[in-house]
Design a protein around this ligand. Sequence first.
Ligand SMILES: Cc1cc2nc3c(=O)[nH]c(=O)nc-3n(C[C@H](O)[C@H](O)[C@H](O)COP(=O)(O)OP(=O)(O)OC[C@H]3O[C@@H](n4cnc5c(N)ncnc54)[C@H](O)[C@@H]3O)c2cc1C
Length: 427
Amino acid sequence: MQNQAHVDSWYAATANLKLDLPPLQGAVVTDVCVIGAGYTGLSAAIHLRQLGYSVTVLEANKIGWGASGRNGGHVGTGQRLDQEQLEKWLGLDHARALWALGLEAVDTVCQLIEQHDIDCELKQGNLHVASKASDIASLPGEVEHLQKVYDYQQIRYVDAAELKQMTSARGFGGATLNSGCRHLHPLNYALGLARAALALGAQLHEGSRVLSYTEGEKVSVKTDRGEVRARFLVVACNGYLEKLEPRTAGHIMPINNYMLATEPLSEELARRLIRDDTSISDSRFVINYWKLSADNRLLFGGGESYSSRFPADLKGFVRKYMLRVYPELADTRIDYGWGGTLAITLKRMPDFGRLSPNTFYAHGYSGHGVPIATLAGKLLAEVISGTAERFDVMASVPPSRFPGGTLLRWPGLVAGMLFYKLRDSIG
Ligand SMILES: Cc1cc2nc3c(=O)[nH]c(=O)nc-3n(C[C@H](O)[C@H](O)[C@H](O)COP(=O)(O)OP(=O)(O)OC[C@H]3O[C@@H](n4cnc5c(N)ncnc54)[C@H](O)[C@@H]3O)c2cc1C
């Protein structure tokens, strides 16, 4: 379907910029063609323009229509995998380089917001809460590891007694408080990036689904009404890639994740739920994550599904996860429920790479894409301008293909996810 509107979410209802950009018409020649206008594509467009490249971005629907306009807005430090796992897998040097890039990703988000005056409710801090005894027991060691090995001092352990003062969330026996994390209004962040890219001279087209492309010294990218000829191509479609690029599709799995927004809460209730206005996420395999909006709504994310269909009653679907954490919200009205599709990889690390000397992609951020997709745009601009070193730190994390490739990856994934969900519920 062409040019769908944003989903009905609290984010769309509070979007502070209305963009109505024309579809691509006819033939265009540019330095770089970018497919997809989420954080990856928009950040690439900004950074490429800053390096002097002409850029045309083709978006099938609206700016920020994909996961970038629907997510939890949590901007976490580091990578999706924790450092100790990365060290075991890739060695300490590579793990250190990935940690540094993860911190730079958060800085890049903050700098873009500041430089381009993006109004997106940027706030600080994440409380990562644990419920299983083994998870609680491992928290002090994780904090100490980051402090000692990475000299990261913005994280501390929070014991059960202090946690009770910070949140009325039920079922958690310890936490880490990471003041290097941020949180924001995701769609307004995406729209602000688009406004910045336009101001820098990028050409952005909505309602311009790419149907196919051919590579060569010049790439040729076709939509139903136009064609872009470019020196470079960036594929930035993440969970919405579908069949456009079969060579990388098997590295990622599109999964659906869901959110709700409650009615606005009283100041007293809001402070009881999250005293310091941080974001909160839990240590379950299928993570629950939540934060408050500027008008004191609880924005709660929880639950996943792996088929192409969303549950019929999205508000009810997420509400049951919210009530496990906050039973006191049983009488609170739910105003919005929505879902989106993200891409995960088998190892939960993103997949960056080259398809040919002038065709690049980055995707599979596995739920950590607000910072890392923003960083990806910056690194894509660097590699196109001839500086491959930092792009290659990300690209050298080996991708694993889902067993069964694109056709048969579902049954394996669903069985795996169900196993971990069961393990969560056993505790
Ligand atoms: C419910 C939910 C909650 C999440 N919460 C968090 C969170 O709190 N923190 C975090 O870090 N991450 C979170 N994520 C993940 C994060 O949102 C994504 O990793 C990130 O937005 C990916 O950005 P992107 O630009 O790569 O992809 P997207 O934002 O998905 O953009 C891809 C775009 O490509 C377009 N496209 C696809 N095919 C074509 C084509 N053929 N032609 C033209 N355009 C095309 C799509 O229309 C889409 O707009 C969440 C995701 C979801 C769904």
